[in-house]
Design a protein around this ligand. Structure first.
Ligand code: KG4
Ligand code: ZN
Length: 336
């Protein structure tokens, strides 16, 4: 049974994990950088890259020790090769190349989005292809028809901001702190989702895509009006995002044949209102619903090890000159 070491460093989490072919996560270590980025209200790429350099080596050693394994026990080294902040991606990919070269193991260069896309299969052994995936994170908001490992058909993407980005900007506008998603979700718990009228961009249109920029501007106007409580704006904003995600996902479900499940992954999938609304949508369509546990939704290395394992089992072995890529669409036919 294969054992894969996975590394993640594409944004502001440094992580190392060991996963085997039985879906056992033998170890997962993660070092966040929130405190270092918080004074700037967002991720600073140069600070992120330097922090990855410092954190990654010790995290790998700790993960191997947790699992009681050495590099000799590992069958392949998987690392995020993009898309993401290029300095951070280079740190993780170079480390993986160094280990692969010195230990004589195959390198698996993983697309970070493929890590999110396959993560539900790590958590849910019953989840089969093909499934409709809503991949919603800080950098992406896409609907993908996942037909197999390496087979992703993009049905929709955002024409401006990603949903997670909208959560982060809303948190900043409302002074709720960084990172924004969990802060908005917390504030929304004590707010009224109907208190503030906010737009639902593109809802009900034949257009398949997402748009969140207009919603963000509306949040700014609502704040500046000075008549709403921040928790009411947070709750109303969250409800608007949920309505957009559900409407677009319903449209995608109507446009495809053969999906065996509705799946949500990526950082925004950690939001309970989002999960609940999509679960209800799946049941309307008589489909099973699958979402990874909260910690597997946000960036981590277990999902990279798992995607590496699925690709390793499909015969992947990437050359040591594989480049780090800031941009790397999952669907090669997607123009953007
Ligand atoms: O997948 P992820 O960790 O990193 C990217 O690949 O982008 O996603 C991070 C994004 C951030 O925008 C964060 O605010 C959002 O996911 N997020 C949430 C929640 N937890 C994280 N958004 C809404 N509710 C949450 N509980
Ligand atoms: Zn991510």
């Amino acid at each position: 049974m294969p054992l894969i070491l996975g590394l993640e460093s594409s944004c502001d989490e440094t992580a190392a994990a060991l996963v085997d072919g039985d879906r056992t996560i033998l170890a997962h270590r993660l070092a966040g950088q929130e405190a270092q980025h918080a004074p700037f209200g967002g991720v600073v790429p140069e600070i992120a890259a330097r922090a990855h350099v410092e954190a990654l080596g010790p995290l790998i050693e700790a993960a191997l020790a947790d699992a009681g394994k050495t590099l000799a026990d590992v069958d392949a080294i998987a690392a995020t090769a993009g898309p993401g902040l290029i300095g951070g991606v280079m740190v993780g990919l170079l480390m993986a190349k160094g280990i692969a070269l010195s230990a004589g193991k195959p390198l698996i260069a993983v697309n970070h989005l493929e890590g999110h896309a396959l993560s539900p299969r790590l958590a849910d052994g019953a989840l089969q292809f093909p499934y409709l995936l809503l991949l919603t994170s800080g950098g992406h908001c896409q609907l993908l028809f996942v037909e197999g490992v390496g087979q992703y058909r993009r049905l929709a993407t955002t024409i401006d901001d990603a949903a997670g980005e909208a959560f982060d900007k809303t948190a900043k506008l409302l002074g709720l702190g960084f990172p924004g998603g969990p802060a908005v979700e917390r504030a929304a718990l004590s707010g009224d989702p109907k208190a503030v009228p906010l737009p639902r961009p593109l809802v009900g249109t034949a257009e398949p895509h997402f748009s969140f920029a207009g919603l963000k501007s509306a949040v700014l106007r609502a704040r500046d009006a000075g008549i709403h409580k921040p928790e009411d704006i947070a709750a109303s904003f969250q409800q608007a995002v949920v309505d957009c995600l559900v409407d677009r996902t319903r449209r995608a479900l109507d446009s495809i044949d053969g999906a065996t499940a509705l799946v949500v992954a990526g950082g925004v999938a950690a939001n309970k209102a989002v999960r609940g609304a999509l679960e209800a949508l799946a049941s309307q369509y008589g489909l099973p619903f699958s979402a990874p546990p909260l910690w597997l939704c946000t960036d981590n290395a277990a999902m990279i090890a798992w995607a590496g394992l699925e690709r390793f089992q499909a015969g992947a072995n990437d050359p040591l000159d594989t480049p780090a890529r800031a941009r790397w669409p999952l669907d090669p036919n997607a123009e953007k």
